[in-house]
Write a protein that binds this ligand. Structure first.
Ligand SMILES: NC(=O)NCCC[C@H](N)C(=O)O
Length: 378
């Protein structure tokens, strides 16, 4: 489980049922839902693209080019139809599926008892993290842990090859060819010129400065990045596990990220020449009010701020709220205290079942990645 970043094992048929219900809630409420496996397979438009994609996926799975194992894996996967190949890569390839005539060095030195030749990618149901749509472009992310690093390769192919996205002028603000990591759960689009990014277990300060510089100098429309420092631990791995925007002037916030004086470290970034100016602040509410030009705003505490309920519900993503319209959110039903307080603050809450999906340690926001946002300027 730790190798694949899970804390528990979901009961698969129920997890799938819950996921279908989540997609249905989105569709019923006017969202067009795109599935990753379909998008990737539709992006493999020629046999040449398929060959290149497979070679890169196999190399990023740790197999040396032209090695016995890489060639065998290539033959095995390349013989499949596109969708079958893509889902199979996502599910992982077991050692007993392919026949290797000789052991290469990597194989010989590996753990013989380990059943996978190519690891599965179970965290792909958290589509939020490998990439983030920002304005007219994307950040395609260099992810932190090996268990997830291959995931963002899919988005690279979608953006450059899928008939819906290729040649549409979609910018890549920061690609995945970097040493410093950043993940989409840390990237919060607050409006058409302000972004909040978590400095977290998964996102480094260097990557934030890097993407800020790119956004500021490449006509993205973005002129403000708020870098917010959160604790480094698995329960709060991304900013969106502790803080989300749910209306023009309403946010969920896990009380544990604020100190006794309700403060948190924030660095405000603006364009400065070809670079970035940085100013340190501590008052979250004031910083948001200034950046978003609001007279007041409503920070709604997870679990109603109760010292036992808040961490309990945050653990199961009580702060990870997905806004599908200003003031309208999708949440896990198990976080009933947080849901109740959201309703008391005037939110329209759609609850989805969550006994199994929550075991992967991500909520409705993590399980989605908006590709296109309507202009909702007030
Ligand atoms: N945005 C998010 O917070 N995503 C949740 C990711 C959970 C996944 N098991 C992970 O550890 O990466």
């Amino acid at each position: 489980m730790p190798r694949l970043l899970f804390d528990d094992i979901p009961y698969l048929p129920i997890a799938q049922k819950e996921h279908d219900e989540f997609a249905q809630v989105l569709k019923t409420n006017g969202v067009e839902v795109l599935y990753l496996d379909d998008l990737v397979s539709e992006s493999i438009t020629t046999s040449e693209v398929k060959r290149e994609f497979l070679n890169r996926m196999i190399a990023e799975s740790g197999f040396k080019e032209e090695s016995e194992t890489a060639n065998t894996l290539f033959e095995y996967l390349n013989n499949m139809g596109n969708l079958e190949m893509v889902t199979h890569i996502m599910e992982g390839v077991r050692k007993d599926e392919v026949e290797l005539s000789s052991l290469d060095l990597k194989e010989a030195s590996g753990d013989k008892a380990y059943p996978f030749l190519m690891d599965p990618m179970p965290n792909l149901y958290f589509t939020r993290d490998p990439a983030a749509a920002i304005g007219n472009g994307l950040s395609i992310n260099k992810m932190t842990y090996k268990a997830r690093q291959r995931e963002s390769l899919f988005m690279e192919y979608i953006i450059s090859n899928h008939p819906k996205f290729a040649n549409q002028g979609v910018q890549v603000w920061r690609n995945r060819n970097h040493f410093n990591h950043i993940e989409g759960g840390d990237e919060l689009v607050l409006n058409d010129h302000v972004l909040a990014i978590g400095i977290s277990q998964r996102t480094t300060a260097e990557a934030i400065e890097d993407i800020a510089k790119s956004l500021f100098t490449k006509n993205s429309g973005y002129d403000t990045v708020l870098a917010i420092k959160i604790p480094h631990n698995h329960a709060m791995m991304h900013l969106d596990t502790v803080f989300t925007m749910i209306n023009y002037d309403q946010f969920t916030v896990h009380p544990a990220i604020l100190n006794q004086n309700q403060q948190i470290d924030i660095w405000i970034m603006h364009p400065k020449g070809q670079g970035v100016s940085v100013k340190h602040e501590r008052n979250l509410k004031e910083v948001l009010k200034v950046a978003l030009k609001l007279d007041d705003l409503d920070l709604i505490p997870t679990g109603n701020g109760d010292p036992i309920v808040a961490p309990r519900e945050q653990w199961n993503d009580g702060s990870n709220t997905l806004a599908i319209a200003p003031g309208e959110v999708v949440t896990y039903d198990r976080n009933y205290v947080s849901n109740d307080i959201l309703r008391k603050h005037g939110l329209h809450v759609h609850e989805i079942q969550s006994s199994e999906l929550s075991r992967g340690r991500g909520g409705p926001r993590c399980m989605s990645m908006p590709i296109y946002r309507e202009d909702l300027k007030k």
